[in-house]
Design a protein around this ligand. Structure first.
Ligand code: ADP
Length: 261
């Protein structure tokens, strides 16, 4: 028997299937689709990959901003709780989880059992989110996969002083026009989001170990600058974008076992 966690985000839909031993059987990340289509599409894909059917899945937990759009879920939990659970499974030494998703960012303080002790969230301003990076990528035309190497080789970091995404976009455009080297602009963009997010996280305050989750954790330029800004070695879990879905699947397993006993 299997259980499933589904995380419907603003940018991507994520699913994790676990077996009863807590082993990950499959995980899938797909671009978000309108409303309920996301959940059914990602669920069907994850089952198909492993030649499973819906009756093989005993319990389903939904999380994420679109969790209400998973009509077949047995239960819903917040992504804060699910990221904490997921990270505690992947990196048990972590006490501070920073999650940067497509449209929000959060800093979560967790206990050694993965229990949420405190959290701070920014869902009001695009500047500390994946949206900010997507806008800048649109202007710069450089794939995220190249950002890490470019930031590492930048001789200096262009200063992006605007707090607002729209003004920062104009600033980046004018730096491109002034022929500031691309790697220095990208380093500046990564530093800008790093400063925003570290200001948020420092309000917790931060306790080691610290890890980054969410899709932005794949962006090595942001990981480098955020680590520098926080003054810590920032850990990144395997499958960082799927940490919330993993935590949801762990909650599903817990609930399923409680029902069985
Ligand atoms: P949400 O839960 O809101 O859908 P995610 O946690 O899935 O958000 O993160 C989406 C963000 O992750 C995107 O805005 C983008 O900046 C970033 N992202 C996703 N995949 C990658 C990747 N392969 N490399 C770098 N950044 C990525």
């Amino acid at each position: 028997m299997y259980v499933t966690g589904i995380d419907i985000g603003s940018v991507a839909s994520k699913i994790v299937i676990l077996d009863e031993e807590r082993d990950v059987i499959n995980y899938v990340v797909m671009p978000a689709l309108p409303s309920e289509e996301s959940a059914s599409t990602v669920f069907s894909k994850a089952l198909e990959d492993k030649s499973l059917s819906r009756k093989d899945v005993a319990y389903i937990v939904a999380t994420g901003y679109g969790r209400v759009n998973v009509p077949f879920a047995n239960k819903m939990y917040t992504e804060i709780l699910c990221h904490a659970m997921g990270i505690n499974y992947l990196l048990p030494s972590v006490r501070t989880v920073i999650d940067i998703g497509g449209q929000d960012s959060k800093a979560i303080k967790i206990s050694n059992y993965g229990r949420v002790e405190n959290f701070i969230m920014n869902d009001k301003c695009a500047a500390g989110t994946g949206r900010f990076l997507e806008v800048m990528q649109g202007v710069l035309g450089v794939e995220f996969s190249k950002w890490g190497d470019l930031v590492a080789k930048a001789k200096s970091t262009a200063s992006i002083s605007s707090v607002c995404t729209v003004f920062a976009e104009s600033e980046v455009i004018s730096k491109v026009t002034q022929k500031v080297p691309l790697e220095e602009i990208i380093a500046g963009v990564c530093e800008s989001i790093a400063i925003r997010v570290s200001q948020l996280a420092k309000r917790l305050p931060i306790e080691r170990d610290v890890c980054l989750t969410g899709g932005v954790a794949y962006n090595k330029g942001v990981v480098q600058k955020l680590g520098e800004s926080l003054g810590v070695e920032l850990l990144v879990a395997e499958i960082p974008q799927s940490t919330g879905a993993l935590g949801a699947a762990l909650m599903a397993l817990r609930n399923y076992k409680a029902l069985k006993n």
